[in-house]
Design a protein around this ligand. Structure first.
Ligand code: PGA
Length: 250
């Protein structure tokens, strides 16, 4: 099996102001040890300031969303190509908050992932089931369909330069974490599905877990065979907690 470099990504969501975002970025830049890929994803309006602040620090910069369009009459959208100018390397697509609160379909999410790749960036494709879907035994079907949407438009090639984040909706911001076994089961299912199409691709594919990851549960989650790091919301807003999570990947 290929050894996969670990990644911890901080999703700052709609929080803070320019000054607070730069201060948080500086603290993370100072404290990270370079042993894992550490990515921070501030809001669009803070990307320029944060990008300058972390220059040369080894931290990676990402966005939380983007448009599926490259340019044109799409008022209010931010194209992936614009993110390149801020030295972003990654874009989160299909976060459950986008799917649920902004009605983004798996087809739209897939087209965003492709647009991100066309701009030379790497999408972090979020997938995950709701509590009702878990309780009615639909985890595999739901996540399978979310992955199929990207396979349909981009084929297996779309997974060569992508990261997948498994984020059970019921665990996001709720303090309820999936147990390491529950998370591992889903990660293994995702890897097996990709592996059926291209085993080299699935060996290399990084699959992050997200949903109430905290300093005290990160190490057990990250020790699972198919969990290659985390996508962190709430705990990424405190530099000490986020850094403790980054260090828990060792
Ligand atoms: P959480 O959020 O860590 O606050 O649960 C995770 C996410 O939304 O990516």
């Amino acid at each position: 099996m290929t050894s996969r470099r670990r990644m911890v990504a901080g999703n700052w969501k709609l929080n803070g102001n320019r000054e607070a975002s730069v201060a948080l970025a500086n603290s993370v830049a100072k404290g990270h040890n370079g042993e894992v890929d550490v990515l921070i994803c501030p809001g669009f309006a803070h990307l320029a300031d944060v990008s300058s602040a972390i220059k040369g620090s080894g931290l990676l910069l990402g966005a939380q969303n983007c448009s599926a369009f490259e340019s044109g009459a799409y008022t209010g959208e931010v194209a992936p190509g614009m993110l390149v100018e801020f030295a972003c390397t990654h874009v989160i697509v299909g976060h459950s908050e986008r799917r649920q609160l902004f009605a983004e379909s798996s087809e739209l999410v897939a087209s965003k992932a492709i647009a991100v790749q066309k701009a030379g960036l790497c999408p972090i494709l979020c997938v995950g089931e709701t509590l009702e879907e878990r309780e009615s035994d639909q985890v595999e079907a739901i996540i399978g369909a979310q992955l199929d949407a990207l396979l349909d438009v981009g084929g297996i090639e779309a997974f060569h330069n992508a990261v997948v984040a498994y984020e059970p909706v019921w665990a996001i911001g709720t303090g309820k974490t999936a147990s390491p076994e529950q998370a591992q089961d889903v990660h293994a299912m995702i890897r097996a599905k990709i592996g059926k199409l291209d085993s080299a691709c699935s060996d290399k594919l990084r699959i992050l877990y997200g949903g109430s990851v905290k300093p005290d549960n990160a190490a057990t989650l990250f020790s699972q065979t198919d969990i290659d790091g985390g996508l962190i919301g709430g705990a990424s807003l405190k530099a000490d907690d986020f850094l403790a999570i980054c260090h828990a990947t060792a």
